[in-house]
Ligand binder design. Structure first.
Ligand code: SF4
Length: 342
């Protein structure tokens, strides 16, 4: 059975041609699925009865069940637990910003990248998500929370470790007949899988790129993020340079501040040396607590000291507001579960 939500518009056009139907059926079906959010073929009134029966035999349209909804008591953040067909549970988050509602989407069940501060890494990767399972997170959040205008791929999983499905997801949500969310409103975050940064640069998309940096030198970064052993900072920075030259787009570097680990003055100066003169922005994140990991967030004074050193060097820098930390919905706090574990 084909899940129609796993098809880009071009793939769906091909699908209809292959079953002896006209290409334009794809746009009609896309409209039902993404504009009207209909998943039952029988409700698609402009599709002939014959075609509806034919479709029912060979295809379906998935939906994602919201298993649980946790609402923050301190801000407007909502964390969702979604039940997948194979009983795995993934998490997604809705966040309210001044510029609109953002859906933070997971790309894998668990994650293999083993970043030492991250709950998603506990237990490793179980599997990649299909494009439809990412699209369904956005649709479910949109239906429950309100109109979603921005998407960040910063939930559990490393998006570039599931590259093809993530690209397909982007094409579906970006298509005007799909969810119509502009590329500039989509951000993909990577821990630094260098070959995929080159590949992504060549896609020539308008999508934003964010790099989880978290340390300004190789020794510390390898301790915090094992990916750095395979792709050390010099290689990562070369790939970032290529991306900026190719796309003319600014990269955001995410830097989680961990007390006593990467929050010293010398780290801020090393970060400046690494990024000075580059088209970039630094986003400082006071690290969020995960009980199995135990890192503590840097205090406010340290955060402000860090910010000042970076800004004084002419690099734009913000401190990310802590949203949803009381419901474990903040960065690094998302995790996978299996239904029977709960
Ligand atoms: S920070 Fe991202 S890449 Fe690293 S383990 Fe967590 S989900 Fe994976």
């Amino acid at each position: 059975m084909y899940n129609l939500k796993d098809m880009t518009l071009e793939e769906m056009e091909e699908f209809f041609v292959n079953i002896g139907e006209s290409r334009y059926r794809a746009k009609q079906i896309y409209k039902w699925i993404y504009d009207k959010k209909i998943t039952d073929f029988d409700e698609m009134t402009d599709i002939s009865k014959n075609l509806r029966s034919k479709l029912k035999e060979i295809a379906y349209i998935s939906q994602l069940k919201i298993e649980e909804r946790r609402v923050s008591e301190v801000d407007d953040t909502v964390k969702y637990l979604f039940l997948l067909e194979d009983n795995n549970i993934i998490e997604g988050v809705a966040i309210k910003y001044r510029f609109g509602n953002t859906a933070c989407v997971s790309t894998q069940v668990g994650c293999n990248m083993r970043c030492s501060f991250c709950a998603s890494a506990i237990g490793g990767k179980v599997r990649d998500l299909k494009a439809s399972e990412m699209v369904d997170q956005v649709i479910a959040i949109d239906g429950d929370y309100g109109k979603i205008s921005n998407i960040v791929l910063m939930g559990s999983g490393e998006p570039f470790d599931n590259y093809d499905e993530v690209m397909k997801f982007i094409k579906i949500v970006n298509n005007p007949y799909g969810l119509g969310i502009g590329g500039r409103h989509i951000t993909i975050s990577t821990c630094g899988i260098v070959p995929k940064i080159y590949k992504f640069a060549d896609e020539k998309l308008q999508v934003n790129l964010s790099i989880s940096l978290h340390a300004p030198n190789d020794e510390l970064r390898t301790q915090l993020m094992p990916i750095n052993k395979a792709y050390p900072l010099e290689e990562l920075m070369k790939a970032c340079k290529y991306y900026v030259e190719k796309t003319r787009r600014r990269i955001t570097f995410e830097y989680s501040l961990i007390e006593g680990v990467n929050d010293k003055k010398e780290h801020a100066y090393q970060l400046v040396d690494l990024l000075k003169g580059k088209l970039c922005h630094v986003n400082l994140i006071p690290i969020n607590y995960v009980k199995e990991i135990g890192f503590k967030k840097a205090n406010n004074e340290k955060v402000m000291m860090f910010k000042k050193i970076i800004e004084d060097a002419g690099i734009s820098c913000t401190v990310r507001r802590e949203l949803g930390s009381d419901i474990e919905a903040a960065c690094g706090q998302l995790r996978r579960k299996y239904l029977k574990e709960r």
